[in-house]
Design a binder for this molecule. Structure first.
Ligand code: SF4
Length: 358
């Protein structure tokens, strides 16, 4: 396969014809990026192609809605480039580039020029992790950590390997969908080496079955052979996968190649993302129907809202009530607690509900 070529401007994408001033204005607001491999998976003659809907801007992105940092992530950043929200887990925001940019990204603020939350020099973050032995899991994220060079990945993993309390490193990545050829021999050797003493989890991000190509499956297989555990997480996105049969098929096909469905997310109310969001109860119906049809392993995925107070699972609905479970929240002593609210079909987020006293 030819070397993958990156495009950072919609005007330069060879197959994209419908570029006009309005779209250029959107691109100036929320960065655009794609690459030649991902472009080759798109049917450019179909304006409703699901992968096209993942990367090509919509004019509706300029609708007033939500916040840039909808889950208030900056509140949990004790040092630059590190987020510590849940006691056992720290996030290293170590890169601010991705293989392409998902239009519905909840971290789109990181790609804006004025943002400085990402820290390429992770030494302060590593020191913080060293000083907090309750941290057993470190998630490399951003942006996409697989957009870093193998040299940087090796340096970070070698620092983390020396911290006794760190048992697991996770890569939060969409590169297996955006450019699976990134998973090269050198990267696999780094994973294998870390796995000799600790565990590598790769948190992949497939939104649609069309992303699960031959090349992508080869990368999954190679990572598994190197000892990594692979879990998938996807939001439900309008025009991409807001269909129970698509989520069911995605989950089933992932399990057939050894990837465990982990989380299905409600879209956070992030600025620019209204056009991609599906109301909570509608998304829960899609998830429930998909789960009903899935195998037992496919049923593993939970439907989650990543609220600033922590992760809440939507566990069910009656005619009048919606039930949430505190799945992983900041005050972890409350995990497992149930919250009930009046049904609200127009709700997009936890804050849109009126809760009934327990
Ligand atoms: S790959 Fe992840 S971080 Fe990058 S644009 Fe997509 S959702 Fe955002």
């Amino acid at each position: 396969m030819e070397k993958v070529k990156y495009y950072n401007s919609i005007a330069k994408v060879p197959d994209l014809e419908r570029v006009d001033d309005e779209l250029i204005k959107i691109e100036e607001q929320y960065k655009f990026r794609t690459n030649s491999y991902y472009n080759s998976l798109i049917d450019w003659s179909n304006p409703n192609d699901p992968l096209l809907n993942i990367i090509v801007p919509r004019k509706e992105e300029d609708m007033e809605w939500g916040e840039l940092d909808a889950s208030n992530e900056t509140m949990y950043q004790p040092v630059k480039g590190l987020e510590h929200k849940y006691s056992p887990t720290a996030l290293l925001l170590c890169n601010d580039v991705c293989g392409a940019y998902c239009r519905f990204c909840f971290r789109k603020r990181l790609f804006q020029n004025e943002n400085d939350e990402v820290e390429r020099d992770v030494s302060a973050g590593v020191k913080y992790i060293e000083e907090h032995p309750e941290i057993s899991n470190v998630l490399l994220t951003g942006g996409d950590p697989l957009m870093m060079s193998n040299r940087r990945v090796r340096e970070i993993l070698s620092d983390l390997k020396q911290i006794d309390s760190v048992k697991i490193v996770r890569f939060g990545t969409k590169m297996l969908a955006f450019n699976p050829m990134r998973v090269d021999e050198e990267f696999l050797a780094i994973v294998k080496d870390f796995n000799e003493e600790k565990q590598v989890f790769v948190m992949v991000h497939y939104n649609h079955i069309n992303e699960l190509t031959k090349e992508s499956i080869q990368a999954i297989t190679a990572l598994k052979e190197a000892g990594a555990t692979i879990l998938n997480q996807t939001p439900i996105i309008k025009g991409v996968n807001d269909d129970p049969e698509m989520i069911r098929e995605l989950h089933d096909q992932l399990t057939y190649v050894g990837v465990v469905p982990y989380y299905v997310f409600a879209c956070r109310p992030t600025k620019g993302n209204y056009t991609y969001a599906v109301p909570v109860e509608q998304a829960h119906d899609i998830y429930t129907e998909a789960i009903r049809r899935s195998s037992g392993i496919g049923k593993n995925a939970r439907f989650i809202m990543s609220h600033h107070s922590g992760k809440c699972e939507v566990v069910g609905k009656t005619d009048t009530t919606i039930i949430f479970k505190k799945h992983n929240i900041v005050h972890h002593e409350n995990n497992g607690g149930i919250m009930m609210a009046e049904r609200n079909p127009s709700a997009y987020w936890l804050d849109d509900y009126t809760f009934t006293p327990q």
